[in-house]
Design a protein. Structure first.
Length: 180
């Protein structure tokens, strides 16, 4: 069997194998067991003839009642208009609510900015009142004078070794009576 290299690439047998122009499928055997390397088997169409189809014919269309179709279209159009109307009203309500909230937010931000200015002004006035010269003038008006010496409280560094005695219940009751 001789297959030309160019024809073999397309799977077409040459005239020397008796399969002129047919597509062939190579059938390979196991070469280790001593079988043929490759044999060409032609692919043939199914030899059974097909059954003849019945001829096609035109079928008259089913007649629909125009009355029912008219009601169906009217119901569809009414439903569609209702859904679209509800949608448009919903979008308008949502837009109005968002605009109202935006106005409230803007008013609140303006009030906040005004309060920041008030706080800033009060802080400036407080800073002016607490200057050293202003403090000295107010102290002089209250007849205060600067301290020349500072008294120091001295606390012993050691811890006490003996704690005071607990108060008895009788003494505690007596102190409550006289306490008030």
């Amino acid at each position: 069997m001789l297959i030309l290299p160019r024809a073999a690439a397309f799977g077409v047998a040459t005239s020397e194998n008796g399969h002129e122009g047919e597509i062939v499928t190579p059938v390979t055997a196991d070469t280790q067991l001593g079988g043929d390397v490759a044999a060409a088997v032609p692919l043939r169409a199914d030899p059974r003839p097909r059954a003849a189809r019945p001829p096609l014919r035109a079928v008259p269309a089913r007649r629909r009642r125009t009355r029912r179709r008219g009601w169906g279209d009217a119901i569809f159009a009414t439903t569609l208009a209702l859904v679209l109307g509800v949608g448009i009203v919903g979008v308008l309500l949502l837009n109005t609510a968002m605009q109202t909230q935006a106005d409230q937010i803007q008013a609140t931000q303006q009030k906040l900015a005004a309060l920041h200015l008030v706080v800033q002004g009060e802080q400036t006035a407080l800073d002016r009142m607490n200057t050293p010269a202003a403090l000295a003038a107010r102290a002089a008006s209250l007849h205060m004078r600067p301290a020349t010496t500072m008294p120091v409280l001295r606390v012993p560094a050691r811890t006490p070794t003996r704690l005071p005695a607990p108060i008895s219940a009788r003494a505690r009751a007596k102190s409550r009576v006289h306490a008030g």
